[in-house]
Design a protein around this ligand. Sequence first.
Ligand SMILES: [Zn+2]
Length: 183
Amino acid sequence: MKRGLERMTLAFAEALKAAAEGEVPVGAAIFDGKGRLLACAHNRMESDRDPTAHAEILVLRAACARLQAGRLEGCEIYVSLEPCPMCAAAIGFARLRRLYFAAYDPKGGGVEHGARIFQQKSAFHCPEIYGGIGEGRGREILATFFRERRQEGPKAARETPARPQSARISVSSRPPHSDHEPS
Ligand SMILES: [Zn+2]
């Protein structure tokens, strides 16, 4: 999974850009079947005033625009955090071939937790799923962001708009199946 880790570093770099902008640090990258980078994106919910501006949604749109296509068959998406149910569903609609994500999100994730979108009968397309790729780094980026934000104190917290999604993200637990790879 060395190649996966190398590509995940792009998602991490995007997550750090999000953190620098005061966004919950989640980043994503999409590669085509030949290994060419199509697009990168990070969370922009606050700056776009858009609750759907998750890294995955933005990177899907950018990759589709680049290919002038409505589907991304044969492509791979790398995300620094387990996608939420909205993004997991969008990844299914886009027909991506593989989904790689780093940190698990027991509270907000929708792939290995919660809604488990790809395990539902309504999921007509299920990518190959590889969770926990660079998990330690993915968790560290989130933990650092929330620790620094807590240290900013109540004044900063008052001036910062509520971010319900961030409150649901937990970076502390690690499910027992975190190193699995589908056969
Ligand atoms: Zn999402």
